[in-house]
Design a protein around this ligand. Structure first.
Ligand code: NAI
Length: 211
């Protein structure tokens, strides 16, 4: 299959969620216009995205919601389960373990690790907090596909290096720091500070425009 851009992948995730919502409501077919409206995207863009992967819909009849959802799930790799490890059992790490939606979407949190001796051995939702020094062994044992970094910024690069060394090829980083990883490792940053700065920028500009 052709390589698709990150922005297309993000839109596919949006369509996937909208389709789930429609299926829950018992809707069997959806037009590109309806999907576009739900996701705030133009219908031409929806048709372009979906035609890229082959012919999903029948002209004039719209798309079958279940068939389209299944096809998108296959493209996004959501038709299988992925094993996830979290490094850092603080506020974020604990919240992620408790987040039920991950499991529903095929992401099983198998491992949570920390360096704090006070935390190691405690449980979060039945999952034991393991010593991060055992990471290489535990990551192999649990066949971890994706790791989430939820440690303070000053420890994040060292944790990323350790994860790469242990063979992890996909990382989601919550620490507000750019991390260096080799090209074969995929990294995504969940940077709330950047998102919130964008909001403050928009509010500041609106205030300037009004003044
Ligand atoms: P926290 O301080 O509650 O938890 C961090 C955990 O990482 C602690 O349990 C600590 O013992 C552990 N840790 C430190 N060094 C480690 C290492 N080398 N290996 C393994 N574990 C280690 O922090 P919190 O609030 O969970 O935040 C985690 C990251 O997410 C931080 O980088 C923070 O800036 C970022 N973040 C936090 C947000 C929040 O609302 N709490 C929002 C956005 C980002």
């Amino acid at each position: 299959m052709k390589k698709i851009s990150d922005s297309t992948v993000k839109r596919l995730s949006k369509y996937y969620r909208s389709l789930e919502h429609l299926i829950e409501k018992g809707v069997e077919t959806v037009s590109s216009e309806e999907l576009a409206e739900m996701d705030g995207i133009t219908s031409a863009q929806v048709r372009k995205d979906l035609s890229f992967f082959g012919t999903f819909g029948k002209r004039g009849l719209g798309y079958n919601t279940r068939a389209l959802k299944d096809q998108i799930a296959e493209i996004l790799g959501l038709n299988r389960r992925w094993n996830v490890a979290i490094v850092g059992a603080g506020n974020i790490g604990r919240a992620l373990v408790a987040y039920e939606e991950f499991r529903k979407q095929g992401f099983d949190i198998k491992l949570i690790m920390d360096s704090d001796p006070q935390k190691i051995g405690n449980e979060i939702h039945g999952l034991r907090i393991e010593d991060v020094n055992r990471a290489p062994e535990l990551i192999a044992q649990e066949r971890i596909d994706i790791a989430i970094i939820a440690v303070p910024a000053n420890a994040a690069q060292q944790v990323a290096d350790m994860l790469v060394e242990a063979g992890v090829k996909a990382i989601l980083n919550f620490a507000p720091r750019s991390l260096k990883v080799p090209p074969h490792v995929h990294i995504k940053n969940e940077n709330m500070a950047i998102e919130i700065e964008a909001l403050s920028y928009h509010l500041s500009n609106r205030n300037r425009a009004n003044s």
